[in-house]
Design a protein around this ligand. Structure first.
Ligand code: ATP
Length: 373
């Protein structure tokens, strides 16, 4: 096991800068997840750590060893890919033991280790099968087994669950987490799936356009995102972003005026006529059932209120325990995600009054996306 340290790593491909300013240190034994949209550079970072790419500049350490010029096979890392990359002509046992065989480990030791790994991954009854005789989930477990059997210092996993169907993905995700708890091997995991990032990680590194946006544990990143990109990327349904203008002592959101919460007034120097992006997570929006207030609001939309917004239901997505609603602000293209109880019957076209918990409001700079409150 080892810690992994990246110091100002940059990788250019001709005139494309894939990643830059990449600096972080993963302590020994932790599970870190690199997450971000397609093309943000997460695979390039992983491949650079693996030794499959060479950093254009910067330093990379595994343990105390500077490994920039050390070939992949001498880095003592094991990588698992999305497409499993199993040898089709070899049995499960041979696939799992392959790395050890290459290192000329004693046959008896290989047999023993393959058996142990197969048992821990519930593959022990499949050892004689060929990959094509296995399900996708089983194949991915063999790929994991091959990596584990090598007992590397670091695991590198590149979207290992993407090829699995939803149920299997959930199960394998939980197995992976348990496996990490048992083995305690430093693990770096790449995904574009924010659920995987939130559920697996000790620490998440959020990337966008080749740069780190934020590093933190899942709860901190969710509760305190550094910018609009991070805020919108983590969380399902995502945070609602409402473009607003500061005027008449309130936030004008498509013609509806929200009161400025005391905490915003205290901490932020707002400028008349300036634009701000307001962020609010779906769990802080409730449907207001006080019909008198709703009537008042609908008849006098521009009256400043404590946190009411009138919207029209556009899409209803029942999930059983809860229902997801996409609702539009009248006269604008702005849409909001709301979660309501599964027993609530709503239809497209219904008008709703929403109560926003203004104490949970984020304020972003619409030009830079930076969080200003
Ligand atoms: P995805 O989730 O789609 O796999 P990613 O976040 O892993 O994306 P990378 O594969 O690391 O992104 O790519 C980062 C950027 O570098 C992209 O703009 C990509 O087009 C570019 N890039 C990656 N490899 C090469 C290459 N060999 N030559 C040129 N550009 C490349």
């Amino acid at each position: 096991m080892a810690n992994v340290r990246l110091e100002d790593i940059k990788r250019r491909f001709n005139n494309v800068t894939a990643i830059e300013d990449i600096t972080f240190e993963i302590p020994d034994g932790e599970f870190w997840v690199l997450v971000g949209p397609s093309g943000c550079g997460k695979s390039t970072i992983l491949r650079t750590i693996a030794g499959l790419e060479t950093a254009t500049s910067g330093k990379l350490f595994i343990g105390d060893r500077l490994v920039n010029n050390i070939p992949a096979r001498q880095r003592d890392v094991a990588m698992v890919f999305q497409n499993y990359a199993l040898y089709p002509h070899m049995s499960v046992a041979q696939n799992i033991g392959f790395g050890l065989q290459m290192r000329k480990v004693d046959r008896k030791i290989i047999q023993e280790r393959v058996m142990n790994v197969a048992r821990s991954l519930s593959l022990d009854h499949l050892l004689d099968r060929k990959p094509k005789q296995l399900s996708g989930g089983q194949q991915q477990r063999v790929a994991l087994g091959r990596a584990i059997a090598r007992e590397p210092q670091v695991f590198l996993l590149d979207e290992p669950l993407s090829n699995l169907d939803a149920q299997l993905r959930d199960d394998t995700r939980a197995e992976l987490k348990q496996l990490h708890q048992e083995l305690g091997i430093t693990t770096i995991y790449v995904t574009h799936d924010q659920v995987e990032a939130m559920t697996l990680a000790d620490k998440i590194v959020v990337l966008n356009r080749g740069r780190i946006q934020q590093i933190g544990d899942p709860q901190t990143i969710y509760a305190s995102p550094a910018n609009q990109m991070v805020a919108s990327f983590l969380g399902s349904p995502p945070m609602n972003i409402l473009p607003a203008i500061y005027q008449n002592n309130g936030f004008d959101v498509s013609g509806q005026l929200l009161a400025i919460p005391a905490v915003v007034k205290e901490k932020l120097q707002l400028h008349q006529g300036h634009s701000y992006d307001l962020g609010i997570r779906p769990e802080y929006i409730k449907i207001n059932t006080d019909s008198e207030r709703v009537e008042q609001q609908l008849s006098a939309n521009s009256t400043q209120n404590s946190g009411l917004l009138s919207v029209e239901v556009k899409v209803v997505e029942p999930l059983g325990r809860e229902t997801l609603i996409r609702a539009g602000l009248p006269g604008s293209a702005v849409m909001l995600n709301i979660q309501v109880g599964g027993d609530m019957r709503l239809r497209p076209g219904d008008r709703l009054s929403l109560q926003l918990d203004l104490n949970q409001l984020f304020v972003f700079d619409p030009k830079t996306g930076d969080r200003i409150l």
